[in-house]
Write a protein that binds this ligand. Sequence first.
Ligand code: FES
Length: 431
Amino acid sequence: PAVDVSPYFDLDRGLVDRTIFSDQAVYRQELRRVFAPSWLFLAHESQFTKPGDFFTAYMGEDPVIVTMGKDRKLRAFLNACRHRGMRVCRADAGATKAFTCSYHGWSYDTSGKLINVPNGGDYPAHFEQDQWGLIEVAQLDTYKGLVFATWNPEAPPLVEALGGLTWYLDAMLDHDPEGTEAVGGVHKWVLEGNWKLAAEQFASDWYHVNISHASALMVMSPTGKGPKTDIVQTPGRQYTDSLGHGHGFPTHPKSRFDDRVVHEWTDYEALRERLGDARVEGPMTTGHGTVFPNFSYLPVNGSIRVWHPKGPDKMEVWAWTIVDKSMPDEVKNAQRIYNLRTFGPSGIFEQDDGENWSECQATAHGFVAGSMTLNYQMGLGLQSEDGVHPGTTGRLYSDGAARGFYARWRDLMNTPAWHEKNTEKNPEDTP
Ligand code: FES
């Protein structure tokens, strides 16, 4: 039976029970009620330039292949052979005409069709080969270069699911008509820690910056005065919505990119004309965001990443650097290196974050520590429309977007997904 997660939350009072980060039954339920019905990030469009290009990814814990067909259309399939379930593609990325299973040799083309079955003559007459193609996602769509898919045939269109966050996302994705591209491959690393710790932090946590990243900030502070003046007094806002997305950002009267080469190349006047002053001075600065449930980004670094769940205690981080296509090569390279130094697997900020999440998880299985109430009260009652940034925003230092994230997560966890409706399969599967 489904777990009723309502008792774990009192979000009106900013309270969350720690059980949601460690319970095995909760984890299994979020795979089928949070991940399976949601739009999930798969890849960047620039990873596919010709028919046959492919990239293997995950949707929740389901392995998938994303590939460009002969018709140049992007499709995504479950990376599981219909014969015994073996992964039909075991490479991270590449180009191919077909995916051939290395167990018994069933072979599928880039549109997912089963095109070859060794010893086919030994199957009975009623074996219908065209019924045994790879299982395709219900919907796949892109938003300004970002490829998302969902298993849910009833999910709203992607742009609707992104909702008001698109205004904020565009501060990273829409600098000019040429759009963005991914450079430098995909960095992957494993962390001890529940995936929600990372997703909620990127949605809403500017609070940790001054403390967790103090030493890095001392080194990088433009004034040399260290984090106290540069960070603590930084004004800014934090966007939250009912879809679970969040984006926090300091506001700078004069926009800046932190990497000097990128900063000097950037045409701020053109950006102000295209995106408006509020976006150039706000979401385009050193902010952070999460697209519910597990895609996050850092506009100034060009960092985009997915927090793949690997059990309640473990996540696998996949991180890309994206740059404006219109950048000259030396500027693209400067952005790539800057992102690696700060938020690559050994980046000076990334190290601090990973340490925090692992440490938070380490004690989560204790009887008392694992079910204690956590405080998400910062900024409670202080959210409103400010007339400058669309939607509901609150103070930069706030748990507002985390509360929004968990309200959405709680509602999905307590609602039978499309695959549970009108079926006798799980009659008791409702809290
Ligand atoms: Fe793939 Fe048998 S498992 S051909």
